[in-house]
Design a protein around this ligand. Sequence first.
Ligand code: NAD
Ligand code: DAO
Ligand code: ZN
Ligand code: ZN
Length: 371
Amino acid sequence: MSIKSRAAVAFGPNQPLQIVEVDVEPPKKGEVLVRIVATGVCHTDAFTLSGDDPEGIFPSILGHEGGGIVEAVGEGVTSLAVGDHVIPLYTAECRECKFCKSGKTNLCQAVRATQGKGLMPDGTTRFSYQGQPIYHYMGTSTFSEYTVVPEISLAKIDKDAPLDKVCLLGCGVTTGIGAVLNTAKVEEGASVAIFGLGGIGLAAIIGAKMAKAGRIIAVDINPAKFDIARKLGATDFVNPKDHDKPIQDVIVDLTDGGVDYSFECVGNVKLMRAALECCHKGWGESTIIGVAGAGQEISTRPFQLVTGRVWRGSAFGGVKGRTELPSYVQKAQKGEIPLDDFITHTMPLEDINKAFDLMHEGKSIRTVIHF
Ligand code: NAD
Ligand code: DAO
Ligand code: ZN
Ligand code: ZN
């Protein structure tokens, strides 16, 4: 029997989300019904809603930064039980596919094909509204009171952890920290430049602090972000709008030839180039985290790479969710990841469109939605 669930539905690109009561079917084999307690709103939700996401499907239930409690399990589910606290994962971890077994990537492909089509692994959706299908999003759809998620896309976490805070570990905070520690592997004393001080960039600053980086240069066109960046550990602040010359030249001058590591946390292809080109000749490494619009391409002179700079990318901070996310939750519990600093706003699901407005206006880091 299906159940009713309040949900914020994206009926079409560039339209406000509509709060409606959707029908949610029970979990099938290998699936889990989760009651979402809280969810963050990430720039990627806004990106998909804008229509720029080539994988964006409508009508759908967005949201991928949630925390919840297992309400029911489908046939064959063994790793989770009713009452377990979980964080849904947009990057599954099956532990069996070629990718999981490689030891080289967190990009499990077990449910990738159907997830990209807004469907559960059996090729159908669990959501409907007035008899019409509503599609899943990133395998998580956390903007719904109840969602159905594959077992392999759920990290079981400590029941003592506050879901309305650790939900942020479902995307932004883990992505930023993981990109620094797992992808770039920043070393003690290294110089780091972080482009974009939203949830991702600020988390990258925390990662850089954890790695005991030396200089941490925070770059943003919104100077209102510099205070929080300083609090989290940034040592230098650069607003590209204050300079006439290219921002990569400003950073190269500041750092005697360039930084050891840079991170693009915006999704702007011109900034990705600047982030690469502000890296030190011979060894500087730049990690792309931001997601650019459909069809956009990056460019640089190949000589930048010939002369030793490295360009790489990171998804969910290279973190294997089921195995590694519980330890991020424990770090947050111990105060090593200051989640409170990210939560600038909280509001009920009914106000979720305000969370998007605040993000677009540059007034929020993260809004946490409660149900
Ligand atoms: P956000 O909108 O909260 O923050 C973006 C920040 O970039 C803002 O502070 C803004 O002022 C700044 N900015 C914009 N243009 C700039 C420019 N030209 N120069 C310097 N700063 C500029 O976004 P967020 O939630 O932190 O997400 C950042 C990016 O990361 C997005 O593209 C998102 O889709 C992507 N993302 C990637 C992953 C991944 O796994 N790779 C995960 C989550 C989010
Ligand atoms: O396995 O092909 C794949 C894609 C995995 C998804 C990686 C998504 C990372 C960037 C999207 C932003 C997440 C909020
Ligand atoms: Zn996200
Ligand atoms: Zn796998």
